[in-house]
Design a protein around this ligand. Structure first.
Ligand SMILES: [Zn+2]
Length: 120
């Protein structure tokens, strides 16, 4: 799962998963929160870093909203578990990409996989 990271205070960075239920934007007229299907936004090349938010409710009941930018989205490599930075703009217009379900490989693991392919 892709997630955004942010530091609420100096010590506690939090992660908010990018899931179908928690991505939204603000209506440009009323400022109201509007749910967004980020997968469709990316496929239609309408992704603007910082315009969409991932939100969550904390244990104390307060809510946090983090803008999804081109610098704060991360995912874990499915092979080694390393956290890697992802720029969602790279996937704009990619019909095979689903931001809610796709998994990623870090550069090293992708390279290793390629080498394995060459052996066959
Ligand atoms: Zn890896």
């Amino acid at each position: 799962m892709f997630h955004v990271t942010a530091k609420l205070d100096k010590s506690t960075p939090i992660r908010i998963g990018i899931t179908p239920g928690n991505v939204f934007t603000h209506c440009c007229r009323s400022g109201e929160e509007v749910p967004v299907n980020l997968a469709a936004v990316l496929q239609n090349k309408h992704f603007t870093p910082g315009r969409f938010y991932a939100g969550t409710t904390l244990e104390d009941g307060s809510t946090v909203q983090i803008p999804i930018t081109d610098r704060n989205v991360r995912n874990f490599c499915i092979a080694c578990g390393k956290e890697i930075e992802v720029d969602l703009s790279d996937f704009e217009g990619d019909e095979d990409f689903d931001v809610y379900t796709d998994e990623v490989l870090c550069d090293e693991c992708a390279e290793e996989l390629e080498e394995d392919d060459d052996d066959e």
